[in-house]
Design a protein. Structure first.
Lengths: 377, 310
């Protein structure tokens, strides 16, 4: 009898202690991206998206391991610079964050990913699209947006199936980005039944493409694909026009910019197409609601990647809920196996950490801007 | 055949711009034995100053004829570049004239960085659109070959400038003084020639040509950027060496040959090597030709003919 009383007392004591403990636990999650410099708008956008996710989660009063968790955002500025990115990553891991949303640019994400890997802290990028990021074999690196390989695949298939281009010439600038994109594009064209009429090369400082374009013109292709940035794609478009070429011009996201429209001027036409990872906001499952919420909270519109940053942050929180733990080692397997319906669509990762079935949107030049044509899953 | 003619035309356009820039390298080398690595960046300064002038003028007086705009851009860019060229010589190189040859060479590289950084601070990092003031609408003189008025304009202006420079060097008093200074500036000084003045004049003329080349280059590709001088500068230096550095006709021949070799290299390298090499080797192709020329003719295609040095 006495014995039972003791057990009861102990149980009561532990319950009481639990109740005190269950009040609130603060969990810090990092966000890293450029908050200053030319890419600052992208970084701020991501930070705002991530903060919105944290506020939503806190409003719900999520319980993990029996405790009510209060999430806190730790935002760092990596200036889109590879060296600053590693410093920032080190600072975040040292400050005890349980996960990181970021970085925004591939150049920053790749060097930073090694530091998170060593520290054992999951990092989810909302916007870095270099295939290299997830090819390093890291267990802690994730991405909620389609990568450049998926982009090249999608555009190659689109060119053959939808644009009915049979003969396509491919040019790339021999950079990791341009070549990776062009290779993926060329393979996809071939598997879709198209023909690669010629494979030409330039570099990322070139301005004169007349020689290779003359060679391509003689092959009479239906379309020309350029893998590279807008600074080359724009003069290339002008020189195609100057040579009287009527082939369609296709580029990836490097040429899918406002700068491209500014620099190429009247050389762009309805036969210019480009792709971007992700989907336009109005096509996202939760897009309209997210836009309203975002505008109410921050007073300005979404730049580009805020919904992806929101989903990245929510993925971390969802995985913590599933694993019932905020410890990175415990919730990382749950992140790998995640199946979450986000603002941008379903979020689930493949064995490399890339999003499964990430979407790519094909744009067409129309009335002075890029108009979305079709989203490919 | 049409492709061949088109490639020849492409080569002539880029080659004539290389030739104009190469003249600046070769003139300075002929007189001082100095490779002025900042010369390519003067092309960039010329293009950006012209762009600034054109956009300011267009904002102040809208609706001006493109030719007036272009002329105004050139009218500001050329004296501006001449002034910059003179200052570089006066401040950077003159004091080092009797220093070991490496000192002015390193200074030249420093000046190149300085010009690029200043341009980056003034005009920013972004690419600017250079208005194509001469029409780029393709014309078809024969089936399969297209040429734009802008391309014809580029070739004509470049050849006229080269011809003018040859006249200046071979027929005028200043030209004679330049040739004398090129042979030996100390002896020329003893003969009553103001060697400092002649050297300054050389820099001023070379810089003016670079400014014009910059305007031609930028309007051909419709782009201007603080780093745009590097590649044409390097190519023009190659052209000067190819033709025989220090030799004026050599620079012109070298520039045109380099332009043509690049164009044919990109167009035909795959056929010539049976698909073994492709256009990613187009620059290597140009340098292979340079290597071959230098092995068989170490002083370039036309050689360093001393009497013709300017």
């Amino acid at each position: 009898m006495k014995h039972n009383k003791l057990i009861f007392a102990l149980a009561a004591a532990s319950l009481a202690a639990g109740a005190v403990h269950a009040k609130e636990v603060v969990v810090r999650i990092g966000h890293a991206g450029p908050l200053t410099g030319p890419a600052a708008a992208f970084g701020k956008d991501g930070e705002n998206g991530a903060r919105l996710a944290i506020e939503d989660a806190n409003a719900k009063g999520i319980k993990i391991g029996g405790d009510t968790v209060k999430f806190e955002l730790v935002s760092e500025d990596d200036q889109a610079d590879p060296r600053t990115a590693t410093t920032v990553a080190q600072r975040l891991t040292d400050s005890g964050v349980k996960g990181v949303v970021g970085h925004v640019t591939s150049g920053a994400s790749i060097p930073a990913s090694r530091i998170y890997e060593q520290a054992g802290i999951p990092v989810i990028t909302p916007s870095s699209t270099s295939p290299k990021l997830t090819q390093q074999g890291y267990k802690m690196t994730f991405r909620v947006i389609a990568n450049d390989l998926q982009q090249g695949n999608a555009l190659g298939k689109y060119a053959v199936d939808q644009l009915k281009a049979k003969k396509i010439a491919v040019i790339d600038d021999r950079t990791a980005y341009g070549q990776g994109l062009a290779d993926a594009f060329a393979n996809s064209v071939k598997t879709s039944g198209g023909q690669i009429a010629g494979r030409e090369f330039t570099n990322d400082k070139a301005t004169d493409f007349m020689a290779i374009l003359t060679k391509i013109k003689a092959m009479n292709p239906d379309a020309v694909f350029y893998g590279g940035m807008d600074a080359q794609a724009a003069p290339l478009a002008r020189q195609m026009k100057q040579l009287g070429m009527t082939a369609k011009l296709l580029t990836g996201d490097g040429g899918c910019t406002g700068e491209m429209i500014k620099m190429a001027g009247d050389a762009l036409s309805a036969t210019t197409f480009c792709t971007q990872a992700g989907i336009p906001l109005d096509k996202m499952p939760g897009g309209a609601a997210f836009r309203t919420q975002f505008k109410q909270r921050y007073g300005n519109d979404i730049h580009v990647y805020a919904p992806y940053a929101y989903d990245a942050m929510m993925s971390v929180i969802e995985a913590m809920k599933t694993a019932n733990s905020v410890e990175p080692a415990k919730y990382q397997p749950a992140l790998r196996a995640l199946a979450y319906q986000g603002v941008t669509g379903p979020v689930a990762f493949d064995d490399k950490g890339d999003i499964k079935g990430g979407s790519i949107t094909v744009y067409n030049f129309d009335a002075g801007k890029w108009a979305p044509l079709q989203t490919i899953q | 055949m049409e492709t061949f003619l088109q490639q020849t035309l492409n080569g002539l356009v880029s080659g004539s711009i290389y030739a104009l820039v190469a003249l600046g390298y070769t003139m300075v080398y002929g007189i001082l034995g100095l490779i002025n690595f900042a010369h390519g960046d003067l092309l960039m300064v010329g293009a950006l100053v012209a762009l600034q002038t054109v956009s300011l003028l267009n904002a102040a007086v809208p609706g001006l004829h493109p030719v007036v705009l272009l002329a105004a851009g050139v009218a500001v860019a050329v004296p501006m570049c001449m002034a910059v060229g003179y200052l570089i010589e006066r401040i950077g190189y003159r004091r080092l004239r009797n220093a070991p040859r490496l000192a002015p060479l390193i200074t030249a590289i420093g000046v190149s960085f300085l010009l690029q950084t200043l341009a980056m601070i003034i005009w920013g990092r972004e690419f600017h659109v250079f208005p194509q003031l001469v029409s780029t609408t393709p014309m078809q003189p024969m089936d399969g070959v297209v040429v734009s008025p802008l391309q014809i304009f580029t070739i004509v202006v470049a050849f006229a400038l080269m011809g003018g420079l040859m006249l200046l060097v071979n027929k005028s008093r200043l030209g004679r003084a330049m040739r004398a200074t090129a042979e030996n500036h100390r002896v020329a000084g003893l003969m009553g020639i103001n060697a400092n003045g002649v050297i300054a004049a050389t820099f001023i003329i070379g810089s003016g040509l670079a400014a014009l080349a910059g305007v031609l280059f930028a309007s051909n590709y419709a782009i201007a950027h603080y780093g745009m001088g590097f590649t044409p500068g390097l190519k023009a230096f190659t052209a000067a060496v190819l033709g025989g550095i220090g030799n004026l006709p050599g620079a012109m021949v070298g520039g045109l040959v380099l332009g043509l070799v690049e164009s044919f290299g990109a167009g035909y390298i795959e056929h010539l090597t049976f698909g073994f090499l492709n256009s990613s080797y187009q620059d290597i192709f140009a340098f292979m030709i340079l290597g071959a020329v230098l092995i068989f003719r170490p002083s370039g295609l036309l050689g360093e003919r001393v009497a013709d040095r300017a």
